[in-house]
Design a protein around this ligand. Structure first.
Ligand SMILES: Nc1ncnc2c1ncn2[C@@H]1O[C@H](COP(=O)(O)OP(=O)(O)OP(=O)(O)O)[C@@H](O)[C@H]1O
Length: 467
């Protein structure tokens, strides 16, 4: 086993990059390779989950290339646990270079295996048992996407096709997709549901071409009742895959079968996607998952904390910690969740209550990265560009409306996306008083509540700034 894995590792280092390799792949040990199942010992559950989600395709591909039958991964958690909290629960999630599906990955524990067996999607990837509607916290930014997802999951007559969920990284699109699939299967045990990433779709398509089994491929995809393709932007620029996807899509729509798609942006904004596909994808319901608000982040943190309390019983948390995290980590839910996980792991290792001081100490890197994400200068530049005004005017004293409103928008975004104080923001806006900034922020909040166009503009700017 050691020599098989050693050989695969050499290539994996190149394909996933040295950082990913050292962090995630190197600590794994190949225990057995029987019946197409590659069993690994991993130091932590967190690590095995992460590898499942991100590197399964690469690992299986490597084992297959060296002539072994490898169709699924299975993990056991080895006894020698890591000693540092960062290794136990690395919260600073590396940027995701496209999703690797969890396809062909077996659940780690017997309990998870049993529950997955009842949830197994007929033809696609196993579902993540944590991604249910019950575990999804609903707030203003995701309420439309959630309601539409619920409707599709009921499996009644197809009222919009496709359901197209889109939004920035780590905002819950995949979570909703899994929730739809689980619920749909629970309600329609005989239905065929296929959930896979666009990358997996391409991989299967290429494999079918190689194996000369394209008819089987077509037949398999056309036989499903519900097709769900995650991260569809992945096929941008890949002409033959797009062509095949287009035909699959049309065949299913013609048969009245439901399709759910997710992407990081609206169909019209995906560069490298054929016009006919863009227009097909725009035909159903486009549901935007907006960037999180403070309230939603807090709700998610509260809900995740309850789950962590079961995992780490007896751990106390001082008041204000969740509020602090919701305020400081605005990037995406995945990072927020990772931060909380690291905090619990750390507190349980040293056996102390989670306090604000501990939070700051334990999450220094994440908090610093969050701080760095957007600067007031970037916000000012982007807003000036967006409204086609000069940066000097945005900061300067002009009071004409076409400058004053964008200025207030920039003030509002500076308050929302950075953790600078009002006097500090004031200084960056040409030495204005903090009450002027407060007034600007309030004004935009009020306007956005009734002006849909402004609210959409704010979302767009946030997304551009947080990208
Ligand atoms: N509203 C929510 N309630 C509970 N958990 C959430 C919510 N939104 C996101 N999450 C959690 O955040 C993590 C990231 O979500 P998910 O993978 O669904 O993001 P995504 O939008 O598909 O991102 P990507 O663009 O990277 O594919 C998951 O663990 C998910 O459970």
């Amino acid at each position: 086993m050691d020599s098989i894995w050693g050989q695969a590792c050499g290539n994996l280092k190149n394909s996933v990059g040295a950082n990913n390799y050292n962090h995630w792949i190197k600590p794994l040990r190949l225990v057995s390779l029987d019946d197409g199942i590659a069993e690994f010992a991993a130091p932590t559950r967190f690590m095995s989950d992460w590898v499942n989600r991100h590197f399964a395709t690469a690992i299986l591909g490597e084992l297959q290339r060296s002539g072994h039958r490898a169709e699924r991964l299975r993990f056991t958690i080895s006894a020698n646990r890591p000693t540092s909290p960062a290794a136990a629960a690395p919260a600073a999630a590396p940027a995701r270079a496209g999703r690797m599906t969890a396809s062909a990955v077996e659940p780690a524990s017997a309990e998870a295996a049993a529950s997955a067996a009842t949830r197994t999607v007929d033809l696609g990837a196993p579902l993540d048992a944590r991604f249910t509607f019950e575990n999804f916290v609903v707030g203003k930014p995701n309420e439309l996407a959630h309601a539409a997802a619920r409707r599709v999951a009921e499996g009644g007559p197809v009222s919009f096709n496709p359901l197209f969920l889109y939004g920035g990284v780590g905002l819950g699109k995949t979570h909703l997709m899994h929730a739809i699939a689980s619920e749909y299967i629970a309600r329609h045990p005989d239905a065929k549901v296929m959930y896979l990433s666009a990358e997996q779709f391409m991989y299967r398509f290429v494999q079918a071409l190689k194996d000369k089994s394209i008819l089987d491929f077509k037949e398999m995809f056309r036989s499903v009742n519900l097709l769900m393709v995650d991260d569809v932007h992945f096929i941008a620029g890949k002409e033959s895959t797009q062509e095949e996807f287009f035909h699959t899509f049309n065949a299913l729509v013609d048969q009245g079968k439901q399709i759910v798609i997710s992407a990081d942006r609206a169909p019209g904004e995906i560069k490298g996607l054929e016009e006919r596909i863009k227009s097909r994808l725009s035909c159903g319901l486009l549901a935007d998952v907006h960037p999180t608000t403070y309230e939603l982040r807090l709700g998610i943190l509260q809900s995740k904390t309850e789950a962590f309390r079961q995992q780490y019983p007896g751990l106390e948390m001082a008041p204000g910690v969740l509020e602090f995290l919701a305020h400081r980590i605005t990037s995406n839910v995945r990072v927020l969740e990772g931060a909380l996980q690291r905090l619990f792991a750390f507190a349980s290792l040293i056996g102390r209550e989670i306090t604000l001081d501990m939070t700051q100490e334990c999450l220094t890197d994440i908090l610093r990265a969050s701080d760095r994400r957007v600067s007031i200068e970037e916000i000012q530049r982007k807003v000036a560009e967006h409204y086609n005004i000069r940066l000097a005017d945005l900061i300067g004293p002009k009071r004409v409306r076409n400058v004053a409103r964008p200025r207030q928008i920039a003030m509002y975004l500076s308050k929302q996306l950075t953790n600078r104080s009002l006097p500090e923001i004031g200084r960056r806006f040409g030495g204005r008083d903090h009450t002027t900034i407060m007034h600007g922020v309030k004004k935009i909040e009020e306007l956005a509540a009734s002006d849909e166009a402004l609210s959409e503009d704010l979302d767009l700017l946030k997304r551009l700034l947080e990208a």
